[in-house]
Design a protein around this ligand. Structure first.
Ligand SMILES: Nc1ncnc2c1ncn2[C@@H]1O[C@H](COP(=O)(O)OP(=O)(O)OP(=O)(O)O)[C@@H](O)[C@H]1O
Ligand SMILES: [Mg+2]
Length: 374
């Protein structure tokens, strides 16, 4: 399908990307004059007559969703053999998957903020009895506006429309399989908690730069979701706050009963994690305060040693690749090692400062006392 051609009243303007179900274009609604995103579904997926019925049903459910963290679905077009889903165009942004491919992993606060947006979107859908079924970084669009990021979840219900209620692992691409809940991997019925698992797995990747089970073999990934215990994010990357570490592990628990029950419950728990990371009311200094203290100690150390004598830090140590790793799952960036030693230096610096100031105070006190006594 070429840009310049039309699907119903939509004129295709430029191709934005391609996924497992079709190609996505920026298009213009020639009647209303607005720009939209149009997902043109692959021809082989729409030969099944039952898909048409499911689409109509699902489109009606999706049309109920209206939330700042959900990509709005505008229309569904069946133009002869060409079927398309028309949705809100997210212009200033990219998918979380693209960001992670480029940046590896992200700071906990940023990852938690994005996950909170997705959890809110899920909460809105779960309250209406809608389960997404395909939460993954490729379906999270991160919109950038004046330096602020807003997560928008897309492709609600598409998974069920295209593949029916129960899909087998063989029908899924690895890009979806890395995030799939054990009950989905077993082709059992799913509820809101399957979305929680998938969001937990996406957050795991955002924090560590590695998918939970980084194998490139479909059967192995499915078996791992069902029976293998993943290392906690903190075992892969230093500096993950314990509360967040535990929450991610709860989200990817094999037993759905152990996970937060729905998107709203998860959002509330993520909010607590963010408050802890930012140091609100916990007595813990914020990350910015710690890095500012670290910078001033580094500067003092540098000026004491003379600029020329500063030795560069050793290169970060990357963990050994796991067996069966393909090219897409990534190992963590490894900078946690230097973060750890930096933090140790900070504590030693603060400790030394406290001891020196204390000694000076006691010395002055003794001096004054001896003067008085004399
Ligand atoms: N609403 C949108 N606005 C702007 N760009 C979009 C929008 N939806 C999708 N895209 C772009 O199109 C690309 C392909 O999206 P698509 O949903 O087809 O891929 P996928 O999520 O990897 O696979 P699938 O959803 O089929 O399993 C995305 O990576 C994104 O860059
Ligand atoms: Mg998608």
């Amino acid at each position: 399908m070429e840009t310049g051609s039309r699907v119903g009243k939509y004129a295709l303007e430029e191709k934005l990307g391609e996924g497992g179900n079709g190609q996505v274009f920026a298009a213009r609604d020639t009647v209303l004059g607005r720009r939209v995103a149009l997902k043109l579904l692959h021809g082989q997926l729409i030969t099944d007559a039952t898909v048409a019925g499911r689409f109509r049903q699902e489109a009606q459910a999706m049309a109920q969703l209206s939330h700042p963290n959900v990509v709005v679905m505008h229309d569904f077009v069946a133009d002869g053999p060409r079927w398309a889903i028309v949705m809100e165009l997210v212009e200033r942004g990219e998918t979380l998957g693209t960001i992670l491919k480029r940046e590896g992993r992200m700071a906990p606060a940023r990852a938690v903020r994005i996950a909170m947006g997705v959890a809110s979107a899920l909460g809105h859908a779960h309250a209406r009895g809608i389960v997404h079924r395909d939460v993954k970084p490729a379906n999270v669009l991160v919109l950038r506006d004046h330096g602020r990021e807003t997560a928008k979840l897309t492709d609600f219900g598409i998974a069920r429309v295209m593949h029916g209620e129960r899909r087998t692992g063989a029908q899924l691409t690895l890009g979806t399989l890395w995030y799939i809940a054990p009950e989905q991997a077993q082709s059992s019925g799913v509820d809101a908690r399957a979305d929680i698992y998938s969001l937990g797995a996406s957050l795991y990747e955002a924090l560590t730069g590695r998918v939970v089970f980084p194998y490139d073999n479909v059967a192995r990934v499915l078996a791992a979701h069902i029976g293998e215990t993943a290392p906690a994010p903190s075992q892969l990357v230093a500096g993950i706050p314990p509360r967040l570490d535990a929450l991610v592990m709860r989200c990817i628990a094999k037993n759905p009963d152990e996970r937060p029950a729905n998107g709203d419950a998860l959002r509330a728990l993520l909010e607590d994690c963010l408050a802890e990371i930012e140091g609100h009311g916990t007595g813990i200094p914020s990350t910015r305060a710690v890095s500012e203290m670290q910078a001033s100690i580094d500067a003092a150390r540098a000026s004491a040693q003379g600029a020329g004598s500063i030795r560069p830090l050793p290169p970060p140590i990357a963990p050994a690749p796991l067996p069966g790793m393909g090219q897409t799952p990534r190992a963590p960036g490894g900078s946690g090692v230097t973060e750890d030693s930096g933090r140790l230096g900070l504590y030693i610096g603060i400790g030394t400062l406290v001891v020196v100031v204390g000694a000076c105070l006691i010395g002055s006190l003794l001096f004054v006392v001896s003067l008085v006594l004399r």
